[in-house]
Design a binder for this molecule. Structure first.
Ligand SMILES: [Zn+2]
Length: 430
């Protein structure tokens, strides 16, 4: 099968390309990238006016299977990913059972291959059952296809355990993805601690709850030489710590989410439980610090922390609601509309943060358009305007604070291993 992607603006940060080019795909692989390519028997995809990029990678999603299929499963979650322009996702291990052994890791991989439409890379747990005490069997999990380790959803509270995790993962050259939160400081906090938490009468979560753990983990990365990745960094102080760690030459990277870059704690005043997320939406000064860090290159990638929930766990009082946002299907449009179109982030930088950035964090040979590579391609329509309509999500999780927003700049087509899986608003089922 041949596919010719014609006339799009190709942005490929790793190869420093940004020009009008064609891409020829044959038997699932990219065979040529160049001008005025011709192929007699190829199906042509007219990409004029579109932005053609290496397949986008989201290293932080919760696909909920096994155990919580009523929230999401590998079929629905990967369709949401494809609709959001992602060709590869890293799925977190807080399933039931937890991805802490070979059998579960293999199950996720095989089930994703059968029922999924994008590449799914399982992330193994740092500790057995994510209980924070005993390390999982890393060699086994890597052999079963895991690409990194995380207890995301909860922190590794014991510093000695985190030290050992960084030491062991270093032997394998893979990162530890840290959910940096001091539970003692979070306590029963509901939103960011500041002016608005006082004003709205909700118990606050201080920025320090994140920052003390980022600081601890950086100290442990220095001690061990292990590779530390900070998940969903959301505060000015975290950015300052990560900036210093990088300047010192430590093996430290970080991600930010689209919601932390664009939404502030003020909107919690609607008491809409879809605004409840961990870490919480921060104040404007933190958002400004994240945006500055994004521009200066301190942030390695954008990740969604896609956390679909069932309606019941959000249709309740704010303090009882589950935390998390269903983010796969809005991430690109939110960044395009709120940052790129506002001249707050150059488009090629955005592409880097969704491609080579995450690929480098995870050590993946992905996120570029090289001849010979598997053809994972994301195509964006920069002029398409749509209103965020959760009822139309492929994800089972309709929980998004972006609902009703009109955004311009959406994923238009998603190609996975040479196969067109999403185009113009719909998944192509076989
Ligand atoms: Zn987390």
């Amino acid at each position: 099968m041949k596919l010719l992607v014609k006339g799009g603006r190709v942005i490929d940060p790793e190869n420093k390309r940004d020009e009008l080019l064609d891409i020829l795909v044959e038997d699932g692989k990219i065979t040529r990238v160049g001008k005025s390519l011709k192929s007699k028997d190829a199906e042509t995809l007219d990409a004029a006016g579109k932005i053609v990029c290496p397949g986008f990678i989201d290293i932080h999603v919760h696909l909920r299977e096994p155990g919580f299929e009523y929230k999401e499963d590998l079929a629905s979650g990967t369709r949401a990913a494809a609709a959001g322009g992602f060709t590869t996702v890293g799925c977190m291990p807080n399933t039931s059972p937890v991805i802490d052994n070979m059998a579960v890791a293999r199950f996720v991989r095989e089930r994703a291959q059968r029922s999924g439409v994008v590449n799914v890379l399982p992330i193994g747990s740092i500790t057995k059952k994510q209980a924070g005490d005993e390390l999982s069997e890393y060699a086994d999990l890597l052999a079963a296809g895991c690409v990194a380790f995380s207890d995301d959803g909860r922190p590794v509270s014991k510093a000695g355990v985190m030290r050992n995790a960084l030491e062991y993962t270093k032997m394998f050259g893979v990162p530890v993805l840290s959910h940096s939160e001091d539970l003692n400081l979070t306590a029963d906090g509901q939103m960011h601690e500041g002016y608005y938490s006082t004003y709205y009468g909700l118990k606050g979560i201080p920025a320090a709850a994140e920052e003390v753990m980022v600081a601890r983990d950086i100290v442990l990365a220095r001690l061990t030489g292990g590779q530390l990745h900070i998940c969903h960094a959301s505060t000015a102080g975290a950015m300052e710590l990560i900036r210093q760690a990088k300047a010192e030459g430590l093996n430290v990277t970080c991600e930010v989410t689209p919601h932390h870059l664009t939404l502030s704690d003020e909107i919690v005043g609607t008491y809409d439980t879809d605004t409840k997320v961990m870490p919480p939406l921060r104040s404007q000064e933190h958002i400004a610090a994240l945006r500055a860090a994004l521009l200066e290159g301190t942030i390695d990638c954008i990740a969604t922390d896609h956390a679909p929930h069932h309606l019941e766990s959000k249709d309740c009082e704010y303090n009882l609601a589950a935390v998390g946002i269903s983010g796969l299907e809005t991430a690109v449009a939110v960044i395009m509309d709120q940052l790129v179109s506002q001249n707050l982030l150059p488009l090629p930088e955005m592409v880097r943060l969704f491609t080579t950035g995450p690929a480098n964090v995870m050590g993946l040979a992905k996120g570029r358009l090289n001849a010979g590579d598997t053809a994972n391609i994301t195509i964006i329509d920069p002029d398409l305007t749509k209103t965020v309509t959760p009822q139309q999500f492929y994800s089972k999780g309709k929980n998004t604070p972006f609902k009703g927003m009109q955004l311009t700049g959406w994923p238009w087509a998603t190609i996975v291993a040479g196969k067109l899986v999403y185009i113009n608003g719909r998944i192509i089922e076989e």
